[in-house]
Design a protein around this ligand. Structure first.
Ligand code: SF4
Length: 435
């Protein structure tokens, strides 16, 4: 079954349209997590005998703008595909279910916590076909270099700006045995790198009777029969939950990739408190310095919000200073936008001009520190990197520190691991390796 993939980027959202000749189109807005779940939905529907056109729109509601775009996309799909069965799921279908219920042309709204459940799509099957419930794992991430493993969902923290706990519910963890089975499946199907992901993976296990945590998951994977071949990458980390045990694991285990993306959000303690975050700037500094002392090659990334209510010039300067003091290089920055239903939305908002001006200063800062990192690596050896795609004798991939690279070569294929290759240059997009 051949696929054609079109990739659009509008404002800060990724919208991914996947077109398969078998009339199933999936559109994903929002976070990496939604992409993971869309992969599963795609696999489920691909196994069902259908003749109708089916659209699945996996929506996002992390900001007001995200929800507006999700609604716009659903209206557009319905308008342009009057005969198609349109399924709406994702966070926006939770935050405003009435809107989608009353919007004519929606075939079904699948609740967020059931979107990976094959039963939810059974009625798509042709009336005379005997519905077969496929094993959604069959070709999961088949066209990807690394496998994403969602080990945790939901969140119990209720940061004042965030809608996720309202759309994804309480924190819940995948049983450890199931995680091991999925890891073994991915390795048996040629994956060398597995991304352990979750809305708040540091809360893993708190809901399980055996009271295990992320440390136990990683240890179990590393002690698995496939252990020697595994590369583990972690999705976003809550700094407040980083303890000695975790620092020891990260700094002593080379199979854990030396890239940590920290959910920092601000570098000022007053703003962090107003966000109801559970860490301080001192905590972040301590984590970064401790880990870097033990593991020199580690690269830190983070999420930062600009223009949060109550943030004044001095507080914003504290965020800019923290980037240098902690040695952070890969920054995702976002202009704050109030999310109806959150505590912060009822606070006094900063002028939009101030929010956008600070967000642009953060983007400039992000570019400066990223280039500084790339420049510092020229002349050194890339320890290892994974091949993500090969196009016309050019290989594209990511280093173990999650930095994009490219090299001229026809020796590699997707998922291959390249080791000990000299970094000879860089540009705005990537490091250049010697061929
Ligand atoms: S930790 Fe905070 S920001 Fe992250 S999902 Fe939970 S409530 Fe949202």
């Amino acid at each position: 079954m051949s696929r054609r993939v079109t990739f659009l980027c509008i404002s800060s959202f990724l919208i991914f349209v996947n077109v398969s000749r078998s009339r199933v189109k999936t559109i994903t807005l929002g976070c990496r997590f939604n992409f993971y779940e869309t992969e599963i939905i795609k696999e489920i529907i691909d196994g069902i005998p259908i003749t109708d056109d089916v659209f699945v729109i996996n929506t996002c509601a992390v900001t007001h703008e995200a929800e507006r775009q999700s609604k716009q996309m659903v209206r557009k799909v319905i308008r342009e595909n009057t005969d198609a069965k349109v399924i709406v799921t994702g966070c926006a279908s939770q935050t405003d279910i009435d809107y989608f219920t009353n919007l004519g042309g929606v075939f079904k709204i699948v609740p967020n916590d059931r979107k990976s459940d094959a039963q939810e799509y059974g009625e798509l099957a042709d009336a005379d076909a005997s519905p077969v419930m496929p094993n959604p794992q069959d070709h999961l991430f088949a066209d990807k270099a690394r496998a994403f493993l969602q080990i945790q969902n939901g969140c119990n923290h209720f940061c004042t700006y965030c809608i996720v706990p309202f759309t994804r519910g309480r924190s819940r963890s995948m049983p450890l045995q199931k995680i091991i089975e999925k890891v073994e499946y991915f390795i048996a199907h040629g994956f060398r790198e597995i991304v352990l992901s979750g809305i708040d993976i540091m809360s893993y296990g708190m809901d399980l009777p055996e009271r295990i945590d992320l440390f136990d998951v990683i240890s179990a994977i590393l002690n698995n029969k496939y252990a020697s071949q595994i590369r583990i990458r972690l999705s976003s980390i809550d700094p407040a939950a980083v303890d000695e045990k975790f620092i020891k694991l990260i700094t002593s285990e080379s199979r854990i990739m030396p890239h940590l993306h920290l959910s920092i959000q601000s570098g000022d303690n007053h703003v962090l408190e107003t966000m109801r975050r559970r860490h301080t700037r001192e905590h972040v500094l301590n984590i970064c310095h401790r880990i870097r002392d033990e593991r020199k090659d580690v690269v830190f990334g983070c999420d930062l919000i600009a223009g949060f209510p109550t943030e004044n010039d001095e507080m914003f300067e504290n965020t800019l200073k923290l980037i240098d003091e902690a040695g952070i290089s890969l920054i995702h920055s976002f202009p704050y936008s109030p999310r109806p239903g959150t505590v912060a939305a009822s606070m006094v908002q900063l002028p939009r001009g101030t929010v956008l001006e600070r967000a642009s200063r953060l983007r400039v800062k992000a570019q400066i520190v990223r280039e500084k990192l790339y420049r510092s690596l020229v002349g050194t050896m890339m320890t290892s990197g994974i091949v993500e795609k090969c196009e016309e004798d050019v290989v594209y991939g990511k280093t173990d520190t999650f930095i994009p690279f490219r090299m001229v070569s026809d020796q590699y294929k997707q998922k291959d691991i390249i080791e000990d290759s000299r970094i000879i240059d860089f540009d705005a997009e990537a490091l250049i390796l010697a061929d």
